[in-house]
Ligand binder design. Structure first.
Ligand code: UDX
Length: 450
């Protein structure tokens, strides 16, 4: 069989360059669909671990899926091998923020540089989140190198950590951006078995759909967080307000959970990247500047609450429950826990931390002297206050009879409204939620002035 036939046959191998979060889930999903996948990563240790069946991060269902289809997935440290073997190659490298907030595209550039001369036909599918205009730039580079048989397709990824396998195998939408509709057919057909609305558009619009979607969701969160802050002052309950708003289908009920700020590898980075992109184009995106500011302030609100309650924080023992940026992941990138820990330690508090998924090596990301607890009760024992930073369902164990008595002072700041005032108070805590009236509903709420 000629190499051209092998590239185009029905069981053709599909390439994935970048064995990070998006890459491994893409590889696993393609293997699930019955394709053979060759996955490259420049990190030698990571490739060795993957060959041995170890997944370098925690994501429910991913290790099982990779194990189940390991006969169809091979790992390599050489991206050039991928271009040799595959007719469709997904780019899934990371695009971390530069100090300016703009996306660092150096890894994307190295993938493009690794495309061997004369290769083709090849469909290069960009899954990494990139600034609008990246596709056009890559096209120019490909043309300059005479790689006219390489087609470029933008196929942004919308998966969420913690539910990545479910999100990829049950997508709401599949966005395919390309110059030639024929290229869209190839990529849309790959994902079609998983369902979801398929939409084809130009490359720049596809790139913008990804950034605009994340920025809009972040805006929803900052909006509801500001509503929460006002609710606290005027005696309304943000949980009730969000529920009432969500019944309007134009608003929708999702992403209206008030809390102590969004984090993770996408929202903070993508909101900033879109703001910078707009700025570079000569447009000042005022709304996004406010979304970021609100989020940064929200992450620190707990510090003021604790000072109000405890006075000077020096020598106070404070338990932080949850380190991951959200439940269901061990990812601490841009997590509120890190910002909060730094601010509280700077105020002189002693910190005790716990997380059901994050390994103790995360202590390296936290202020010196932070104490690691193996369980919820151990974390809150002798504490002057406990803060629910991540809404892990496990923390409902705080309600078990007698648990609050382990604290020196049963002050519970619930940064995610995991509990209700009634159940927390019944369990013996002084409970302070987000956007909550000062008293139990049914009792007159204190209206704070200003
Ligand atoms: C997000 C997007 O949802 C996903 O489509 C994109 O591909 C990557 O970025 P992810 O970062 O995994 O996914 O997490 P997500 O579940 O969206 O939560 C992001 C942050 O927002 C978390 O810190 C979460 O706690 C916070 N959040 C979310 C809220 O504070 N309130 C909400 O109502 C929803």
């Amino acid at each position: 069989m000629s190499s051209m036939k092998a590239r185009q046959g029905p069981d053709a191998t599909i390439g994935v360059v970048g064995a990070g979060y998006v890459g491994l889930i893409t590889a696993a999903a393609l293997a699930l669909l019955g394709h053979r996948v060759i996955c490259a990563d420049v990190n030698d240790a990571r490739v060795r671990a993957l060959r041995a069946g170890q997944v370098p991060f925690f994501e429910p269902g991913l290790a099982g899926l990779l194990a189940e289809h390991r006969d169809r997935i091979t790992f390599t440290t050489a991206p050039a091998t991928v271009f040799d073997k595959a007719g469709i190659v997904f780019v899934t490298v990371d695009t971390p923020p530069l100090p300016s907030g703009e996306a660092d595209l150096s890894r994307v550039e190295s993938v493009v540089d690794a495309i061997p001369p004369g290769v083709g036909p090849l469909t290069l599918v960009m899954k990494s989140t990139v600034p609008v205009g990246t596709g056009a730039t890559v096209r120019r580079v490909l043309d300059q190198r005479g790689l006219f048989r390489v087609r470029y397709v933008a196929n942004p990824e919308f998966l969420r950590e913690g539910s990545a396998v479910q999100d990829v195998t049950h997508p709401d939408r599949v966005i395919v951006g390309c110059d030639d509709p024929a290229d869209a057919v190839v990529v849309a057909a790959l994902w079609a078995p998983f369902g979801g609305e398929s939409m084809t558009c130009d490359v720049a619009s596809a790139e913008m759909i990804k950034l605009a979607s994340n920025a809009f969701l972040a805006t929803k969160i900052s909006f509801v967080n500001e509503i929460a802050n006002v609710c606290e002052r005027v005696g309304a309950d943000v949980e009730v307000v969000a529920r009432g708003m969500g019944h309007d289908h134009r608003i929708g009920a999702s992403f209206l959970r008030a809390g102590i700020g969004y984090g993770g590898s996408c929202f903070p980075k993508d909101v900033l990247a879109l703001m910078q992109l707009a700025g570079n184009s000569g447009y000042r995106f005022r709304l996004l500047a406010a979304v970021i500011e609100v989020n940064e302030l929200q992450k620190r609100r707990v510090v003021a609450t604790l000072r109000e309650q405890l006075g000077d924080l020096r020598g106070r023992r404070i338990a932080l429950l949850g380190l991951a940026f959200k439940p269901g992941t061990d990812d601490m990138r841009e997590a509120t826990s890190v910002v909060l820990a730094e601010a509280l330690a700077a105020g002189g508090a002693t910190l005790v931390v716990h997380d059901p998924a994050v390994p103790p090596s995360a202590l390296g990301l936290l202020p010196a002297g932070t104490v690691w607890a193996r369980g919820t009760t151990e974390a809150i024992s002798g504490a002057d206050a406990a803060v629910i930073v991540t809404e892990w369902p496990q923390y409902r164990a705080l309600l078990a009879p007698g648990t609050s008595a382990a604290m020196a002072r049963p002050l519970l700041v619930d940064g995610r409204n995991l509990l209700t005032r009634a159940e927390a108070e019944d369990a013996g805590y002084q409970w302070l939620g987000i956007g909550q009236p000062a008293a139990r509903s049914g009792e007159p709420a204190l209206v704070r002035a200003g």
